[in-house]
Design a protein around this ligand. Structure first.
Ligand SMILES: Cc1cc2nc3c(=O)[nH]c(=O)nc-3n(C[C@H](O)[C@H](O)[C@H](O)COP(=O)(O)OP(=O)(O)OC[C@H]3O[C@@H](n4cnc5c(N)ncnc54)[C@H](O)[C@@H]3O)c2cc1C
Length: 377
C-alpha cells in the first residue's frame, strides 16, 4: 500500500527524476512533465558529495553513477601566481559514510542521462516539451494543466521545477531566489594528469578559482567573481573574459587556458540563495529541490539536498497509506532544518569571500556542516 497511486512531477532535473524513480519502483503511476524539448546534452560538471552518492544508491543508480564519474577524496588549496603552490591539503568528511567516496565529479549531461534511463526503466512516463501551467487542488485529487490544456488528475503533484518554479507560484508561495552578489564562469576542459581532486585558489582577481575532475580525461573549471551583467555576450567574448581573468593562476590553469584557446566554451551564471521557511506543500502539491531552496555552491550541496528531498518524500509516500498532516509534519521535520543549515552555511561562506574576511573560520563551518550531512536525512 502506498499513500498515492498517480503522481505528476514538474521537472526532469535531479530532484524530479529521483522522485520519479522511487515512486515508479513502488508501483505508482508517474508522469514527469519537463518544459524543455529534450535533456540538455551540453553543460559543465558537478561535484557530488557522499550524501548525494548515498541517495543514488537508494535509487539503484549508484553503479552507473560511479562508472560515469571520477571519485576522489580531499581538497587542495593552491596559491595564485607562479607555480601555483599547494598551500594545504584538506581531508574530507565522508558525508555518505564509509561505503562511498567523499565526493565525485561528473559531467552534468551524463548524470541527467543516467537518471532519465533509470526513471524510464522503472516505468515512469517522461513527457518533454510539457510545461505545467495550471493546478487545481480539489482536496482529494489535483487537476494538472500542461501547456495550457488539461493533462490529468493526480493524487499528488511534486513541483521539482527548479529555481524559477511555476508550481511554487501556482500554490502561492512567495519566497523567491535572491542574488548573493557573485557570478561564476564555468568551462568543461581536459584533465591534466596531476589533477586528482578538487583544487581551489583563494586570492587574485576573482573570489575563487578552481576545478574538479569529472572523468579520466575531463574536468570542469570555474572562476567566481563579483556578479555583473555578462549576458548577451558572444561565445568568443565570454571565452576572452574567462581567459583574461584566469591569467593570475598557473599550474593546471595553463592547460585550462590552452583548451579555452582551442574553443572550449565559457558560460556564466549568477549565484542565488533562498529557502522556503514554512511548509513546502499546499494541500496535495509540494515543492522540492531548487524550487524550495537554493544556495551558492560553496560547499557543493545543492543537488545533494534536492536528492535528499526526493528520497525522504518518496520514502514517506511509499511507506504510509495516506497523505495527511502527519506525513507533511515528518517531511518538514526531516528536510527543512537540514536544507536551511546548508543554505545558511553556503551563503555565509560566500559572504566571507565578498567581505574579504580572512579571520573567518571557514574550515570550521565546512567541517561542521559536513558532519551534519553525514547523518542520513
Ligand atoms: C554554478 C552552480 C554550480 C553548482 N554546483 C553544484 C555542485 O557542484 N554540487 C551540487 O550538489 N549542486 C550544485 N549546484 C546546485 C545544483 O545544480 C542544483 O541544486 C540542482 O541542479 C537542482 O536540481 P532540481 O532538479 O531541483 O532543478 P533543475 O535541475 O533546475 O530542474 C528543474 C527542471 O524543471 C523544468 N521546469 C521548469 N519549469 C517547469 C514547468 N512549469 N513544468 C515542467 N518543467 C519545468 C526545467 O526545464 C528543468 O529541467 C550548483 C548550482 C550552480 C548554479
Amino acid at each position: 500500500m502506498t499513500a498515492v497511486t498517480q503522481v505528476a512531477i514538474a521537472g526532469a532535473g535531479v530532484a524530479g527524476l529521483a522522485a520519479a524513480i522511487q515512486l515508479a519502483k513502488a508501483g505508482v503511476r508517474v508522469d514527469v512533465y519537463e518544459a524543455k524539448a529534450e535533456l540538455s546534452a551540453h553543460g559543465s560538471g558537478i561535484s557530488l558529495q557522499g550524501n548525494a552518492l548515498r541517495c543514488f544508491d537508494a535509487l539503484g543508480a549508484w553503479d552507473d553513477i560511479r562508472a560515469a564519474g571520477y571519485p576522489f577524496e580531499g581538497l587542495n588549496l593552491r596559491a595564485p601566481g607562479p607555480g601555483a603552490p599547494i598551500v594545504a591539503s584538506l581531508p574530507d568528511v565522508k558525508t555518505g559514510g564509509a561505503d562511498y567516496p567523499a565526493a565525485m565529479g561528473m559531467p552534468r549531461p551524463a548524470l541527467a542521462r543516467i537518471l532519465l534511463s533509470h526513471a524510464q526503466a522503472a516505468g515512469a512516463n517522461i513527457v518533454f516539451g510539457a510545461k505545467i501551467t495550471g493546478i487545481e487542488d480539489a482536496g482529494d485529487a489535483v487537476d494538472v494543466q500542461v501547456n495550457g490544456e488539461q493533462a490529468g488528475t493526480y493524487d499528488l503533484v511534486i513541483g521539482a521545477d527548479g529555481l524559477h518554479s511555476t508550481v511554487r507560484e501556482l500554490i502561492g508561495i512567495e519566497t523567491k531566489p535572491e542574488r548573493n552578489g557573485m557570478g561564476i564562469w564555468r568551462t568543461f576542459v581536459s584533465r591534466p594528469a596531476d589533477v586528482e581532486r578538487s583544487e581551489l585558489y583563494y586570492g587574485g582577481p576573482v573570489y575563487i578559482a578552481g576545478y574538479t575532475p569529472t572523468g579520466d580525461d575531463t574536468m570542469y573549471a570555474f572562476l567566481v567573481e563579483k556578479a555583473q551583467d555578462r549576458f548577451g555576450l558572444s561565445d568568443d567574448e565570454a571565452t576572452a573574459i574567462m581567459l583574461e581573468e584566469s591569467r593570475a593562476y598557473s599550474g593546471p590553469w595553463d592547460s585550462i587556458r590552452a583548451d579555452l584557446e582551442k574553443g572550449a566554451t565559457a558560460n556564466y551564471t549568477l549565484f542565488t540563495k533562498h529557502v522556503v521557511e514554512g511548509a513546502w506543500n499546499r494541500g496535495r502539491v509540494v515543492i522540492i529541490g531548487d524550487a524550495a531552496h537554493s544556495c551558492p555552491p560553496t560547499i557543493a550541496q545543492g543537488a545533494a539536498q534536492g536528492l535528499e528531498d526526493a528520497v525522504v518524500l518518496t520514502e514517506l509516500l511509499t511507506r504510509r497509506d495516506t497523505v495527511d498532516e502527519s506525513l507533511w509534519g515528518e517531511f518538514h521535520a526531516r528536510r527543512l532544518p537540514r536544507a536551511t543549515a546548508v543554505v545558511e552555511a553556503s551563503s555565509q561562506l560566500a559572504q566571507w569571500q565578498i567581505d574579504g574576511d580572512r579571520d573567518a573560520d571557514a574550515g570550521g563551518l565546512i567541517f561542521g556542516i559536513a558532519k551534519q550531512m553525514a547523518v542520513p536525512a
